[in-house]
Each structure stands twice: as structure tokens, then as C-alpha cells.
Ligand binder design. Structure first.
Ligand SMILES: Cc1cc2nc3c(=O)[nH]c(=O)nc-3n(C[C@H](O)[C@H](O)[C@H](O)COP(=O)(O)OP(=O)(O)OC[C@H]3O[C@@H](n4cnc5c(N)ncnc54)[C@H](O)[C@@H]3O)c2cc1C
Length: 292
């Protein structure tokens, strides 16, 4: 590891002011499971780490009038164990339970998973389909940003120097709403997604689709919202034929690369299968016929 100065902050003001003073030679540190690997391999060079870990306001999962508020420092393990999440936000668990293995989950944070802004991260696609927003703090105040506009490129977000992601807010699912996340990794434990698909849909009393979002992971520079595939489902009954058609459109919309984990062709094939599966699972949840 290169020589690094670690700064432990206890307030957002302190962390933000340090970051503005030390940038571009500084990074915020949460769990470090992404950042420390990048430092060790030399992918990034930084001489200062501004740790957020002692800032109490970044912790905790609470229910607010806007929905479920998950503090940026909530670990993946805490998310998985939350009774609030288990009761009303089960689709998040489709993603969070697939992340890494317990030792990493114990320190990896929700905020870090979003802010690392890598295309294969598991939480952003499902959070996006669930219409989530993030709270971003700066000395000027706190602003709310729709998650689907936050990520602008691989390892790039629209946050300005010194801004801190303080929480993600997931609206309470309305009646008739269902969401699901499907991913393929090369093995069950500690393997990042080769391709993933998150879906949400809303059904009316007749089982017709009145709202739908489909987001692809690991097959484009950022999680990719597929509007065409979603439009093909609007106003249609939630059935196998409609799902197959949408899955084919999603396949064509993917922009995968070939790498050590799989070829572009393989990833396209995966997207078609995962989209169909996610649509089936989401519609079962929307109908209340799926446990968990
Ligand atoms: C063995 C292993 C397996 C893994 N498997 C998976 C997997 O299956 N799925 C998956 O999605 N990820 C996986 N990861 C990646 C990583 O663990 C997760 O992305 C994790 O959630 C990152 O969180 P962190 O707290 O460790 O972030 P850090 O490494 O501390 O930070 C990541 C980035 O976000 C920035 N940041 C963090 N918090 C904030 C904040 N509040 N405000 C502003 N910027 C912030 C940091 O400056 C840094 O740039 C794996 C990593 C390892 C080492």
C-alpha cells in the first residue's frame, strides 16, 4: 500500500471541508472494500483518506414519511438483517444477499456500493427500479437526487467535490407493486455479477401492467434503464408472452463487453433469461403469490 494519511471525522462539516482542502489527493472512506483494493492495485493514487465511519448521522435504517431511509454507512449485513427491509422491501434482499461473503458484507456499506459507481454493483439496479432517491449533503444544505441520475459513467457520479451521500430513500411500495432482482455470477460465493436485471411493475385489479421499470446491470457503462422494453409491457396483461417480448428487447438494448467473466454474446443471452425471470418474480410479488 502507498503511504496514506487517514483523517477520522465526526461531523459532515469536518469531512466535507477536509475533502475540499485536500482534493484531488483525497477520497472518502466508508467500508474500504472497494477503495482499498483500488489503492493496493494502483488503480487509483491517493495520499489522504477522509473516513466517514465516526459520523453517527450516516448510520441507521428508519421508516420516514418519504419511505425507507437507509443511512450511507449501513452495512450490507445490517441491511440483510433489518426487519423493516424483510417485511416491506424484500426485493432489496434479492440483491444484498448476493453481495460477496459475510466478512465483506460486515464492512461493505450501502453508500459505498452506490458511490463506487461500477456497472456490476448489485444494489443500484434494484434501488433504481424502486424509484429511490439519494440524500446528498453539502455545506449549502441537503438535496435529494433521483438515483437514476446520480451515476454518470464508470466510477463517476454527479456529486461535486466535498458532497457526501448521506442516505438512500426507497418509497414504500404501493398496492399492486412488485420488484425483483436476478443476477448471474460465476459461482455462488464472492463473485461479482456477470450480468444482472432488476425489474419493478405495478398491476391494476385486472392484472394489467400500469407501471414498469427494467434496469440492466454489468452490461453497459452504468446501470441501464431500458425504456423500450418497459413500454412494450405497458397496458398489457402480465403474462409469459409479454415477458418474453420485453426480454428480447432488453437483450438488444444491452451494450456488453467481452472480458474474463464472459463474452458479450453470453451476456446478451443472460440478459434475456434474467429479464424474463425477474419479470415473473416481480409479477408474483405484485399479485402477492410469492413469499419473501
Ligand atoms: C471480495 C469482494 C467481493 C465483492 N463482491 C461484491 C458483490 O458481489 N457485489 C457488489 O455489488 N460489490 C461487491 N464488492 C465490492 C464492494 O464490496 C461493494 O461495492 C461495497 O458495497 C463498497 O462499499 P464500501 O463501504 O466498502 O465502499 P468504499 O470502498 O469505502 O468506497 C467506495 C467508493 O465510494 C466512495 N464513498 C463511499 N461512501 C461514500 C459516501 N457516503 N459519500 C460519498 N462517497 C462515498 C468512496 O470514496 C469510494 O470512492 C466486492 C468486493 C470485494 C473485495
Amino acid at each position: 500500500m502507498p503511504d496514506i494519511d487517514l483523517h477520522e471525522c465526526t461531523t459532515l462539516e469536518e469531512a466535507s471541508s477536509l475533502m475540499r482542502r485536500l482534493a484531488p489527493q483525497a477520497r472518502f472512506l466508508a467500508g474500504g472494500t472497494d477503495l482499498l483494493v483500488d489503492l493496493k492495485t494502483g488503480r487509483i493514487a491517493t495520499t489522504h483518506l477522509v473516513s466517514l465511519n465516526r459520523i453517527k448521522s450516516l448510520r441507521g435504517i428508519t421508516m420516514t414519511d418519504k419511505g425507507l431511509r437507509i443511512g450511507a454507512l449501513v452495512s450490507i449485513t445490517e441491511l440483510n438483517r433489518s426487519t423493516l427491509v424483510q417485511r416491506d422491501f424484500a426485493p432489496l434482499l434479492d440483491a444484498s444477499r448476493r453481495i460477496a461473503a459475510p466478512p465483506i458484507r460486515n464492512v461493505a456499506t450501502v453508500g459505498g456500493n452506490i458511490m463506487c459507481a461500477v456497472p456490476c454493483a448489485d444494489l443500484p439496479p434494484i434501488l433504481m427500479t424502486m424509484h429511490s432517491t439519494v440524500e446528498v449533503w453539502s455545506p449549502q444544505g441537503t438535496r435529494s437526487v433521483p438515483l437514476d441520475t446520480l451515476l454518470v459513467g464508470p466510477r463517476r457520479t454527479l456529486l461535486q467535490e466535498g458532497e457526501i451521500l448521506v442516505a438512500v430513500v426507497v418509497p414504500k411500495p404501493p398496492i399492486g407493486f412488485g420488484a425483483a432482482y436476478e443476477r448471474f455470477g460465476l459461482r455462488e460465493g464472492s463473485a461479482i455479477a456477470v450480468a444482472s436485471v432488476a425489474v419493478s411493475l405495478r398491476l391494476d385489479g385486472q392484472g394489467t401492467i400500469t407501471d414498469v421499470r427494467i434496469v440492466l446491470g454489468a452490461v453497459a457503462p452504468i446501470p441501464k434503464m431500458v425504456a423500450d422494453a418497459a413500454e412494450s409491457l405497458m397496458g398489457r396483461p402480465a403474462d409469459e408472452d409479454a415477458f418474453k417480448k420485453a426480454a428480447r428487447i432488453a437483450r438488444e438494448a444491452a451494450q456488453p463487453i467481452s472480458d474474463v467473466r464472459g463474452t458479450a454474446q453470453f451476456r446478451r443471452d443472460l440478459i434475456e433469461v434474467l429479464t424474463r425471470r425477474a419479470l415473473c418474480a416481480a409479477s408474483e410479488r405484485a399479485r402477492g403469490t410469492r413469499q419473501g
